[in-house]
Design a protein. Structure first.
Length: 580
C-alpha cells in the first residue's frame, strides 16, 4: 500500500479541522472521516476483516474508529501506519504497529499538524524546514541510527513501535497502546511454537510470488523451510556471500536450501559494488543510517526483484523474541552478582575487590567483573560504546558538544527498559531490543532496501500471534545455562539441519574494514567523505585523523565500523543537501 501525508489545521468554525492534502499520497474520506492506512493491516474482528476484504483497508479503519475510537488498536494486527481525522470533533489520531515495521512522522506547532509516512513527505506537506537537530545527530553517533521518538530534523518526530498519538485543539499526546505482559509459566510447548511459525509464514505468502532471505541462520532457515512446505520445489531463496571466509555464510545457506529443496540464488558482493552503491544507499534513508549490512540486504532484494519475486520473507525478530543475542547471556553472568546478599556484597566483596591491582591477569578480571556488575541495566549494555570509552570532548566539536545532552541516550534506554511491569531482566532486554534494535535499526535496514529494489517485504517472525506466544515462554527456557535460544533450538531439532541449529550467530555483516585497506577506490570514497566531515562542526578533525590512522594500522574490522558510520553520515548530509 502507498504512503500518505497531510497537513491539518484546527479551527473554531465548523468543521473543526481544515485539510491541506497533497496531490499524491493523500488520505481519503470515509464515513465522514479522513483516513489513511499503509502496510499490511490485519483485523482480528471478523466483521472488520470482511469490510477490509470487500471495501478496502481505509473503509475498515473508518468503521473501526466509529466503533472503538482509540481502542481500535486492540483489534488491529500486522504491519501498519495509520491516521484518522474527524473534522467534526476536531480529533486526529495516528499509530504504528506493535513492532515498528511501518513508520509515521508527525510535526505540530500551535493549531497546525503535519503527519506522513516519510520524513520528506511530512516536511514538504507541512511546510516545515529541514533544519537538523544537534541532539539527534549525537544520537546517530551513539546508536548508528536515530531512534524514535526523535528524528534528525528539529521540528519532526516519529512514533515508536506500538505507540499512537492523539491531537486535538493543538495539543499533542503520545503514548503506548500496547506494552507486553511477560509470563513465567512452568512449561511451554514446542509443538505450539511450530504451529504459530507455520501459520505466520502461511499468512505472509498472501498469494504473491514469494521468496525468502536466507543467511543460513536459525530464523532465515526456519522461514525458508516453512516456505518450502507451502511451495514444494518452487520456494526461491536469496543469499549473499563474500570472498572473506570470516564473513561468508553461503555454506550454511546452501545446507539449508539443500535440506528443504529450495531454489537457491546467490550473489557475491564485491568492493566495486560498495563503491557503486553506497552513495545511493545513504541517500535512500530518511535519516542518517549506519548499519553496514544494509548493502548486502539491498543486493539480496535486487537479486529477488530480478528473478521476478514480488515479496520477500525476512527472518528478523527471532533473536529478540527467543533470546538469541550474545549480550543476553553476557548480562546474565553479571546479574549473578546482584543475587549475592547486599551486606556481603557491600561490606566484604566490594571493598576487597576494589583494592585489587589493575595489572593484567585473573585479579584484574575479578575487579573488572565487580565494576561492571555494579552498573545497573540497561546502562551496563552500553559500556562498550565508543562514546563511553573515549571522552566525548575528544570526539565532538566543542560547539556541538555544548549543544547536546550526553545523558539523553541512556535516559531513553532506561525509560524503555523499565516500561514493562513484572518482567525479568532478560525480558526487559528483549523488549528494549524490540524498540531499538528491531524497530529503529534492523527493520529500517531491510524495509528501506527492499523499497529501493522494488520488492515488498514481510517478517513472519513478527507475526502478532507468534509475538504473543513468545510472551508465554519462560525466561529460563529462552536462555538456559548460557545457551542462547534454548527453547527455540529444542523445537527445531528434526526440522533444521543440526549444523544450523548449532552454528554461531553471524548475520549480514560487511567486510568493509578489510576491503578499504586493500581496495583503493573504496578507501578513497571513505577517506574523502571523512575529510569533508571535518568541516561540519560535528566531529573533531583530529579525532577523524586518528580514526583514519588507526584503521590503517589497528584492527581493521573494529575501526572499519567507525569509518563506515562517519562516512555514511557525510554521504547522507551531502545527498540531502542539508547543513549540520
Amino acid at each position: 500500500m502507498p504512503g500518505f501525508s497531510c497537513k491539518i489545521t484546527a479551527t473554531d468554525a465548523e468543521p473543526r479541522l481544515k485539510f491541506q492534502l497533497p496531490g499524491e499520497a493523500a488520505p481519503t474520506l470515509e464515513q465522514g472521516l479522513w483516513v489513511a492506512i499503509a502496510g499490511h493491516p490485519r483485523w482480528t474482528s471478523v466483521a472488520l476483516a470482511e469490510v477490509q476484504q470487500t471495501r478496502g483497508a481505509a473503509a475498515a479503519l473508518a468503521q473501526a474508529y466509529r466503533r472503538h475510537g482509540t481502542r481500535l488498536f486492540e483489534h488491529l494486527q500486522g504491519a501498519f501506519s495509520l491516521v484518522v481525522a474527524d473534522p467534526v470533533d476536531g480529533q486526529v489520531i495516528g499509530g504504528v504497529d506493535r513492532t515498528g515495521q511501518q513508520q509515521l512522522y508527525h510535526t505540530s506547532r500551535g493549531d497546525r499538524l503535519g503527519v506522513g509516512t516519510t520524513a520528506a513527505l511530512t516536511l514538504r506537506t507541512a511546510g516545515v524546514g529541514a533544519s537538523l537537530s544537534a541532539q539527534d545527530l549525537f544520537h546517530y553517533l551513539y546508536f548508528h541510527m536515530v531512534p524514535a521518538p526523535g528524528t534528525v530534523f528539529q521540528d519532526l518526530s516519529k512514533l515508536p513501535a506500538a505507540h499512537f498519538f492523539s491531537w486535538s485543539a493543538g495539543r499533542m499526546q503520545v503514548a503506548p497502546y500496547w506494552i507486553p505482559e511477560f509470563q513465567e509459566p512452568e512449561e511451554a510447548s514446542t509443538e505450539e511454537l511450530m504451529r504459530h511459525l507455520r501459520m505466520a509464514v502461511s499468512r505472509a505468502t498472501d498469494g504473491s510470488r514469494v521468496g525468502a532471505f536466507l543467511s543460513g541462520g536459525l530464523d532465515s532457515s526456519t522461514v525458508a523451510g516453512l516456505l518450502a512446505e507451502l511451495q514444494p520445489g518452487e520456494a526461491d531463496t536469496f543469499s549473499i556471500g563474500f570472498d572473506e571466509r570470516e564473513y561468508d555464510e553461503t555454506p550454511y545457506a546452501r545446507t539449508a536450501a539443500k535440506h528443504f529443496g529450495n531454489r537457491p540464488h546467490e550473489y557475491y558482493v564485491t568492493p566495486e559494488d560498495v563503491v557503486r552503491m553506497v552513495p545511493r544507499i545513504a541517500h535512500a534513508y530518511e535519516e542518517p543510517f549506519g548499519n553496514s549490512s544494509a548493502l548486502p540486504a539491498y543486493f539480496c532484494a535486487q537479486m529477488a526483484a530480478d528473478a521476478g519475486i514480488e515479496r520477500l520473507l525476512g527472518g528478523d525478530g527471532g533473536d529478540e523474541l527467543f533470546a538469541g543475542n550474545r549480550r543476553y547471556a553476557t548480562q546474565g553472568v553479571f546479574e549473578h552478582w546482584n543475587r549475592i546478599p547486599g551486606p556481603l556484597r557491600r561490606g566484604v566483596l566490594e571493598p576487597l575487590l576494589g583494592r585489587l591491582p589493575r595489572k593484567p591477569g585473573l585479579l584484574r578480571k575479578a575487579r573488572s567483573y565487580m565494576e561492571q556488575a555494579r552498573m545497573p541495566l540497561p546502562d551496563r549494555m552500553e559500556s562498550y560504546n565508543f562514546l563511553h570509552r573515549i571522552a566525548p570532548s575528544a570526539v565532538l566539536d566543542p560547539g556541538f558538544l555544548a549543544a547536546v545532552d550526553l545523558e539523553a541516550p541512556l535516559k531513553l534506554l532506561r525509560s524503555i527498559y523499565h516500561r514493562p511491569t513484572d518482567a525479568s531482566a532478560l525480558d526487559r532486554m528483549m523488549y528494549l531490543d524490540w524498540q531499538i534494535t528491531l524497530a529503529d535499526n534492523d527493520l529500517r535496514k531491510v524495509v528501506r532496501m527492499c523499497e529501493l529494489a522494488g520488492v515488498d517485504v514481510v517478517f513472519p517472525m513478527l507475526d502478532d500471534d507468534l509475538v504473543a506466544y513468545s510472551l508465554r515462554v519462560p525466561s529460563r527456557l529462552k536462555l538456559k545455562n548460557g545457551r542462547l535460544r534454548h527453547f527455540y533450538k529444542e523445537a527445531m531439532h528434526g526440522f533444521l539441519p543440526p549444523a544450523i541449529v548449532d552454528k554461531k550467530k553471524h548475520g549480514f555483516g560487511l567486510p568493509f574494514g578489510e576491503w578499504t585497506r586493500r581496495h583503493a577506490p573504496l578507501r578513497e570514497l571513505a577517506y574523502d567523505s571523512l575529510a569533508a566531515l571535518k568541516h561540519r562542526g560535528v566531529v573533531r578533525p583530529d579525532f577523524i585523523d586518528e580514526a583514519v590512522q588507526l584503521h590503517g594500522t589497528g584492527h581493521a574490522g573494529y575501526y572499519g565500523e567507525l569509518i563506515w558510520i562517519l562516512m555514511m553520515l557525510e554521504l547522507w548530509l551531502q545527498s540531502h543537501d542539508v547543513r549540520s
